[in-house]
Design a protein around this ligand. Structure first.
Ligand code: 0O2
Length: 188
């Protein structure tokens, strides 16, 4: 939670700077959550990992999770590049599910960063997962998460296909909005 707080502060600083310098803020909002012990346990079991503290510390990199909701797709890459330039952050992993969506249609940009946390007697390097997506991608992912991803009930192939098609439509809408925005900016 310390690591998550530090990264949230970094994102809030960027957001405030944008607010001051530019006519619009590419960050719509920032959410964060700490993964519940039950979810950590389930994830370790799913990955066939032994339920040991050291294994959890090394393998589960999204105990602290931050979600950054952006206006346009290009904003996501802009924010991610800014974070990558911060030299106290270590980039552990980058997963671009926007350019390479998951088979079910899931789109989002994931960055796992690690940050040093200074405790009373030692320094720990703690990972945090940052998920960045547009408002439209977030709408899909939030509902799909409830409907299918976490559900034990089986979902038919045709329902899966419908969800994938909606994700594709949403991506096309995001691209179109981005284009409209760029056209309007170019006219100013
Ligand atoms: P929760 O409840 O959101 O925390 P890997 O690192 O590749 O071994 P991992 O960590 O599953 O495995 O990586 P991945 O695929 O990048 O997924 C990380 C998180 O992205 C998930 O965390 C979800 O939050 C989100 N996510 C991934 N795939 C989907 C998807 O198909 N639909 C939705 N709605 N969200 C997805 P958790 O821990 O699985 O779940």
């Amino acid at each position: 939670s310390c690591a998550m707080r530090e990264i949230c502060t970094k994102l809030e600083n960027l957001s405030q700077e944008f607010e001051l310098k530019q006519a619009r803020n590419p960050i719509q909002h920032i959410d964060h959550r700490l993964k519940k012990p039950e979810s950590i346990r389930n994830k370790m079991l799913q990955k066939n990992l032994p339920l040991e503290y050291e294994v959890m510390r090394d393998e589960i990199t999204d105990i602290g999770g931050i979600r950054v909701i952006c206006s346009y797709i290009n904003d996501i890459y802009a924010i991610s590049n800014m974070l990558k330039q911060q030299d106290d952050l270590l980039i552990v992993r980058e997963k671009d599910y926007i350019s390479n969506p998951k088979k079910n249609g899931y789109r989002s940009y994931h960055l796992i960063v690690a940050i040093p946390i200074f405790l009373s007697s030692d320094k720990q390097i703690i990972p945090v997962e940052i998920q960045m997506r547009t408002m439209a991608m977030d709408f899909w992912a939030s509902l799909e998460h409830q409907l299918r991803y976490k559900s034990t009930a089986s979902v038919s192939d045709s329902t899966r296909m419908r969800l994938t098609n909606i994700a594709e439509d949403i991506f096309n809408a995001d691209m179109e909005m981005q284009q409209i925005y760029e056209e309007i900016i170019a006219m100013e």
